[in-house]
Design a protein around this ligand. Structure first.
Ligand SMILES: [Zn+2]
Length: 194
């Protein structure tokens, strides 16, 4: 295999879910049959890398130093929802039932993988909590062990800032059948009944 082809294959292997066989197939296909699309992809990637960075307020991807959502003064700046991924913001926005601000962690606390408070942008979060605008923090981390540990850590920060923090409710999904629920979810739903 030519060296440049090996380099391309290795680069494609870095993509999530792509093994060495798939990477080889993709490289050959791009260079043999999809040259125009390959050039388009390379250009789009170069442009995005140069033009897209992180919002200095919420850490979501943005073309401007402060993203469109953070700059929107129609939104409720007293509410801050903390999410693990920018995709979570899209999910919340699609519900059309939240009009506050966001903060993106880009992960969960995982000391063994080298992901600590700094990697999750928590110093920036502490700074935002101290600015006096935010009244309530909604911690919307995943209901997994790492997500819970992350939520607990953030709760300490909101407590220290003297702010109210809430978690998303957990329990029975809409349209779901009780008999199909796992025990932990059902127990959680029973505990959080209202
Ligand atoms: Zn933002």
């Amino acid at each position: 295999m030519p060296n440049l082809l090996i380099t391309l294959t290795q680069a494609l292997r870095q993509l999530p879910g792509i093994g060495s066989k798939s990477a080889q197939r993709m490289a050959y296909r791009l260079l043999l049959h999809k040259r125009a699309q390959a050039a388009q992809l390379a250009q789009a990637l170069t442009d995005a890398l140069a033009g897209v960075g992180q919002c200095t307020a919420c850490r979501d991807l943005s073309e401007t130093p402060v993203c469109v959502l953070c700059a929107n003064n129609q939104r409720d700046a007293s509410l801050l929802c903390i999410v693990e991924s920018p995709l979570d913001i899209i999910a919340f926005e699609q519900t059309a039932s939240y009009n506050g601000m966001y903060f993106v962690l880009h992960g969960q606390l995982s000391p063994l993988d080298g992901v600590g408070p700094k990697e999750l942008g928590l110093p920036l979060l502490v700074q935002r909590l101290s600015e006096g605008l935010i009244q309530e923090v909604i911690i919307a981390t995943s209901p997994t062990m790492e997500g819970e540990a992350t939520a607990y850590y953030i709760q300490q920060l909101t407590d220290a800032a003297g702010l109210q923090s809430t978690r998303l409710a957990q329990g029975v999904p809409l349209g779901g059948s009780l008999e199909l629920l796992d025990g932990a979810t059902l127990a959680q739903a029973l505990m959080n009944r209202r």
